[in-house]
Design a protein around this ligand. Sequence first.
Ligand SMILES: [Zn+2]
Length: 291
Amino acid sequence: MTFIPTLCSVCRARDESIMHLFRDCYWARQVWAGMNLDVVHENLTENVFCWLNNVFTLLHDGSLILFILTSYWIWSNRNKVVFELLCENPSASVIGIRKWHDHLVGLDQIAIQRNRLVQSYPVKWQPPDPGFAKINFAASFIYGASLNCFGVVARNRAGFVLAAEWGKLGPDEDAYHAEACAANKALELACSLGLQNVQIEGDCLRLITELQNTCSSATSCGVLVDAVKEKSTLFDACSFHFAKRSANAVADCLSRLDYSISSKCFSDVSLPVVVLDLVHLDAIFLVKFTV
Ligand SMILES: [Zn+2]
């Protein structure tokens, strides 16, 4: 097969080759000069791979991005000449490339700011696995009443409340025992809803570790912990998970409500406003940051 050279579409002065089009063409030289990327003409080899290797060695980060954008612009201009019979003014191209570069850097900055924002957020509630419901539980000591209270909330994967319950536990129980009672309430709520696949989540690491342990509990309230574990076997699938307090905020808030208004509800409609705000916050975070 015989190679038939064709004239450069842009300058019509030399044969069109990769090195001519991107580096040596009069039009391309004016654009490179406007971009202050002199290194492009430091190595005048005709081997494109040697040339690129040299350029990539000498340019870094921002200038390398400018090189890539400029190359793409040169190729686009060549196609405009071929298909639309239009050749851009080199000065206008330099302005266009710089604007494009600034736009991309702006987008990059937005992405960096967004990541910083997400990382600065406290850990938030995460949805259960597909096909599961998540029940968060928490216990709190109400000092004014010398009383432990509990809060449990069942939500589906979209963050919608399936049910919630809150109220008082017995007096004089230690925090660990109160947490175990709250975990038991979580399983009772799941039973009352007829759920079969559940993930139970609390913010007491010691209790969650104990519930995940398949052996009998040796803790101060081992009987209760073992009873909770026994109850979990009644489900098709039931697992216990630890979450930081910020990811367990709804259950925690329920457990801190005035104990005199103990209640159970089966949607978010009857939830106190202070709790409802946290439910909505979790749902907003799900949509905005986990999609
Ligand atoms: Zn040319």
